[in-house]
Design a protein around this ligand. Structure first.
Ligand code: FES
Length: 352
């Protein structure tokens, strides 16, 4: 849970950690991308973002509340801007924001979190695919402020569908805008080979782009940091999809059917803080079992990558199957991601 908003719930009607956020205005950046400027009612609690931060937005999509993650494109105290790509084939969050959220709308927001931290300590090469440009706006501002050398390779299919290009063009030859419709596929491996060895690569985009960059960085020896805070980033064989990046694209299947050491999934019982018990079958997650029982637990990616469903453990040991917690956090056994992680043994008690 975000440290600076977790000390109290701002309203009895808001889930823990969430605050009310009024939409101040919205602006169409491209035919598919709209920016929303929000003012968070933090009730006096400090709200500090860092380069690469994102917020969680809780949306009522009809079948219950769901969380979506959006990078903070700009922040001025409790006023933040997020940019949302409309994904017609997505899970509904972006369509809801585009169609139903207007100036004056009250949203529910939690954060900030930062799973993509930028360390302004040396030359940086930013690689953005499509809507994956959003976390780099704050990173570029921080790099500029620190006087650090940086370059941006911004990939998209069509120039007119790439958000924030006008502002980025002001940075001159630090920025390469690459639209594959007119220029063909970008040679990201070649781009990395041309970089000084001490350059750190930061990337946010579709999985195909991430894969290509990981391979290229392994060959060149560059340090690479990749944004992976949500599931369902749209894979695109060109690696230049305009639909890539933080999104509510359809979910891929979970790959957590067995534990990291190959342990199969077995049934167990979850005890809640009030003493009630919920049985979890071998083929379902704790999250699914809770929802089946009518308990509305928050979730987003449902594959252990975003951290939204992180839940405190009161008793018992978790079989961690997420990619959020560090090895130290797993050993501490204080929290678990209930969308994928399970119990070691026949029961576990959670602070729910
Ligand atoms: S819902 Fe994303 S980690 Fe569980």
């Amino acid at each position: 849970m975000p440290a600076n908003l977790s000390s109290r719930s701002p309203s009895s009607t808001l889930p823990p950690g969430f605050v009310s956020a009024r939409v101040l205005d919205r602006q169409a950046l491209t035919p598919q991308v709209t920016a929303f400027r929000l003012r968070l009612d933090t009730q006096g609690i400090p709200f500090h973002t860092t380069a690469g931060s994102h917020v969680e937005v809780l949306l009522d999509l009809g079948a219950g509340d769901e969380v979506r993650h959006y990078s903070v494109c700009a922040a001025d105290g409790p006023e933040i801007t997020i940019a949302v790509l409309r994904e017609e084939a997505g899970r509904g969050g972006s369509r809801h924001l585009h169609e139903s959220v207007h100036p004056g709308t009250e949203l529910r927001v939690r954060g900030p979190r930062n799973t993509f931290p930028y360390r302004a300590s040396g030359p940086a090469y930013f690689v953005a695919g499509g809507i994956g440009i959003t976390p780099f706006l704050t990173m570029i501002a921080e790099a500029d402020a620190a006087g650090i050398d940086w370059q941006l390779l911004y990939l998209g299919k069509h120039r007119e569908l790439m958000a924030y290009t006008a502002g980025l063009a002001a940075h001159g030859d630090r920025v390469t805008l690459w639209d594959s419709a007119s220029r063909g596929r970008a040679d990201v491996a070649g781009a990395l080979r041309a970089l000084p060895h001490e350059t750190t690569i930061y990337a946010c985009g579709p999985e195909s782009l991430q894969h290509a960059l990981r391979e290229a960085a392994a060959a060149t020896g560059h340090v690479i940091v990749i944004e992976d805070f949500d599931a369902g980033k749209t894979a695109d064989t060109s690696g230049t999809a305009d639909t890539a990046g933080p999104s509510d694209a359809p979910l891929p299947g979970s790959d957590s059917a067995v534990s990291a050491d190959g342990r199969p999934s077995l049934p167990f019982t979850v005890e809640l803080a009030d003493g009630s018990e919920i049985d979890v079958a071998a083929d379902e997650s704790i999250l699914d079992a809770l929802n089946q029982a009518g308990f509305r637990a928050l979730s987003s990616c449902k594959r252990g990558t975003c951290g939204t469903c992180e839940t405190p453990i009161l008793e018992g040991t978790a079989d961690h199957r997420d990619s959020v917690l560090s090895a130290e956090e797993r050993d501490a056994n204080e929290t678990m991601m209930i969308c994928v992680s399970r119990a070691c043994g026949s029961r576990i008690t959670l602070d729910l």
